[in-house]
Design a protein around this ligand. Structure first.
Ligand code: NAD
Ligand code: LMR
Length: 388
């Protein structure tokens, strides 16, 4: 077993920082101390370290997610409680009045960390010198639709956004795609921004990750911070693979906790469908797609990317694949990742040390392949939007 593996199997509460509050206070200082020891030439990390204002561009600021997101960014929940931010909110012309109202509310909060606020319907101005771009603006699905049904309408938005980012954003700009189908939209944006590294484009599967962690915590009646090493693989769609093969709950491997036989049934019949269908269920019950939880996941995804994941846990992020786990290079695929120093690394096989019966691995391979096939099919549909 690798060294990392031994760390993973130790009881989490005594060996990790994962019980610290997730955004503020001790965990923040812990991560700052850790990051300060690392040599880093990344301009965004330097800016954060020097507490220079970071420019965050957000599209869809007048929409449901945008409304839940902007106030939290201004309140320091994205980059920390002592990090000034400039927000640049980009909307469509017809929604500018609504966005003006949101801007008035932001002013009325007198957020000490909000050093500048721009609102615009001109993407060139909106993305100018952006350090971080949160791409939310796009159409959500309605009841009975799949996320991929949005691909033709929303794909074009991400082609234009990729081109604009390439022209005016900082070369180090980190982009988080929320708008659906988010994996393929991130692929489109990355392809249309050849001068920005492809690894700076990611899509959000953090909401699925957090949903699963919340579900496991509820099921086992444990605090959420006791659930570690969970992962979402693949596409943010009903095909995604929620993987608990390495998950520990209060330091105990989940399958040992439940018992191998019951666990197989729980995982396959209850857990996987529930996580895969949660977005659709929310649309059915709420009448519109998740908004506050999506904004929360967008903050958590981007915060961990920029500031680091708590050690030794990992998070799920859809990133442009380098071919890891046999996924064709260039597809935007969700993996377990560790973030440090303003970057991320995909967790390797060695770091997933819990051993299982053969069927676990066969099932994982099957699901990964299904996701690859689905993403390849989505890529074919948008091939005219992919110049590179
Ligand atoms: P919404 O309709 O409430 O808001 C979308 C906003 O985007 C609108 O104000 C619209 O004017 C704006 N917009 C559209 N095109 C734009 C463009 N080109 N530039 C700037 N703004 C633009 O929708 P919502 O509920 O906020 O959802 C937004 C997207 O996020 C949807 O695609 C939805 O499916 C997706 N989503 C993803 C996740 C995830 O986990 N990845 C979770 C929830 C929602
Ligand atoms: C979600 O997972 O809640 C979002 O992707 C919205 C949707 O369409 O399901």
């Amino acid at each position: 077993m690798s060294k990392v593996g031994k760390v993973l199997r130790r009881p989490v509460p005594s060996s990790a920082y994962s019980w610290y509050p997730s955004a503020f206070g001790i965990r923040q200082r812990q991560l700052d101390t850790l990051n300060a020891k690392l040599v880093n030439s990344d301009p965004l990390v330097k800016k954060i370290r020097n507490k220079q204002p970071v420019r965050v561009a957000v599209t869809g600021g007048a929409g449901a997610i945008g409304y839940a997101l902007l106030f939290r960014i201004a309140n320091g929940e994205l980059l920390g409680p002592d990090q000034p931010v400039e927000i640049s909110a980009v909307e469509l012309p017809f929604a500018m009045n609504a966005l003006r109202g949101v801007a008035m509310e932001l002013e009325d909060c007198a957020f000490p960390l909000l050093s500048k606020l721009n609102i615009t319907d001109d993407p060139e101005k909106g993305f100018e010198a952006a350090d971080i771009a949160l791409l939310v603006g796009s159409k959500p699905r309605g009841p009975g639709m799949e996320r991929a049904d949005l691909i033709r309408e929303n794909g074009v938005i991400f082609q234009k956004t990729g081109q604009t980012l390439n022209r005016v954003a900082e070369r180090h700009c980190r982009t988080t795609v929320v708008g659906n189908p988010c994996n393929t939209n991130a692929l489109i944006a990355a392809n249309n921004a050849p001068d920005i590294p492809a690894r700076n484009f990611t899509a959000m599967t953090r909401l699925d990750h957090d949903r699963a962690v919340g579900f496991l915590a509820k099921k086992t009646m444990m605090p959420v911070n006791e659930v570690n090493h969970f992962a979402i693989w693949g596409n943010h769609s009903a095909t995604m693979f929620p993987d608990i093969s390495n998950t520990t709950i209060h330091g105990v491997p989940a399958h040992e906790l439940v018992g191998e036989f019951r666990f197989q049934r729980f995982w396959q019949n209850e857990f996987i469908p529930k996580v895969q269908q949660r977005g659709a269920k929310i649309i059915q019950v709420r009448g519109s797609s998740s908004a506050a939880s999506a904004a929360n996941a967008c903050i958590a995804h981007t915060r961990d990317w920029c500031l680091g994941t708590p050690i030794p846990d990992w998070q799920s992020m859809a990133v442009i694949s380098d071919g890891e786990y046999g996924v064709p290079a260039g597809l935007c695929f969700s993996y377990p990742v560790r973030c440090q120093n303003g970057g991320y690394t995909v967790v390797t096989d060695d770091e997933q040390p819990v051993t299982h019966a053969k069927w676990w691995y066969q099932m994982k391979e099957y699901h990964i392949e299904n996701n690859v096939q689905e993403l390849l099919a989505e890529r074919d549909v948008v091939s005219s939007l992919l110049p590179n």
